[in-house]
Design a protein around this ligand. Structure first.
Ligand SMILES: [Fe+2]
Ligand SMILES: [Fe+2]
Length: 273
């Protein structure tokens, strides 16, 4: 399945984002900032891993979807780089972590096969699509600072829009179930490991002990069970032999968000495969 995928620009100024921008809650902010730190380098890796196989894709519609995916991920990476600069300006130390994250993940990327890197991207894109769905359906962004709500909703809507691109390339290049599941295992370990590391590193800078962090999460109007909602559900779905990202019919929530802002999502009418 392919859709017309349109990169859109985000025009948001992050300078006024408060340090604890997620519900005024340091722990929730550290968890959200943790995954935000991973985005720029991670999304550029997604692009590289798909670009490696671009010459082998001859279907014009699929090539167009891939180009749209490149455009969207490039813009996302740039927007999150801009926000990371604000974290630095707020005195948050992120560069030691970013340097290690880039060094370790680049080391891995160079040693894994291009097919496995593509399979990792396909699985990671499934996780980001589920995260994106939660951003809209779990009201996760309701209490975020408006600039961050704009950034994350824009990013989430486009993640939903291009959720099948890497998966479809993987199916075209090598539809082996084993390879897909190897990608899932590696993506779970890499995303889960770096996210946890980043969140703990950020919490330590706010003097948040595990107990204080746990209590702060309990103060949120609705605890956000990322481990269950994103990882457990995401893995269970992805293990199904006939899984396809389009089985999660989330296009409507993304297209409604865009329509409310005067944007269209041409692929939203595509039926689930
Ligand atoms: Fe993205
Ligand atoms: Fe993506």
């Amino acid at each position: 399945m392919t859709t017309t995928i349109v990169p859109r620009d985000l025009d948001v100024e992050f300078a006024r984002v408060p340090r604890h921008w997620m519900a005024g809650n340091p722990t929730a902010t550290a968890i959200a900032n943790g995954v935000n730190l991973l985005f720029p380098h991670g999304e550029r890796f997604f692009v590289r891993s798909v670009k490696h196989f671009l010459a082998e894709i001859d279907d014009p519609a699929q090539r167009a979807a891939i180009k749209g995916f490149f455009g969207q991920e490039g813009r996302h990476a740039h927007a999150h780089d801009e926000f990371n600069a604000i974290l630095r300006a707020q005195g948050v130390e992120i560069d030691r972590f970013l340097e290690r994250y880039k060094r370790i993940s680049s080391w891995l990327e160079a040693r894994l096969s291009p097919k496995l890197n593509l399979a990792i991207t396909a699985a990671a894109e499934h996780f980001t699509a589920i995260l994106a769905e939660g951003a809209f359906t779990q009201n996760v962004l309701d209490k975020a600072a408006p600039e961050m709500r704009a950034l994350l909703a824009w990013h989430a809507a486009e993640e939903i829009e291009h959720k099948a691109v890497a998966f479809d390339v993987l199916q075209r290049i090598d539809p082996s179930y084993r390879l897909r599941i190897a990608g899932l295992l590696a993506a779970t370990a890499i995303l889960g490991g770096f996210w946890l590391w980043a969140a703990v590193m950020l919490m330590a800078q706010d003097q948040l002990s595990p107990l204080r962090a746990w209590r702060q999460l309990g103060q949120l109007p609705r605890r956000d069970p990322i481990v269950r909602r994103v990882f457990a559900r995401g893995i269970r779905q992805y293990l199904a032999r006939d899984f396809h990202p389009a089985h999660n019919a989330t296009e409507r929530i993304a297209s409604e968000w865009m329509a409310a802002r005067g944007m269209s999502m041409p692929g939203a009418t595509t039926e689930a495969a």
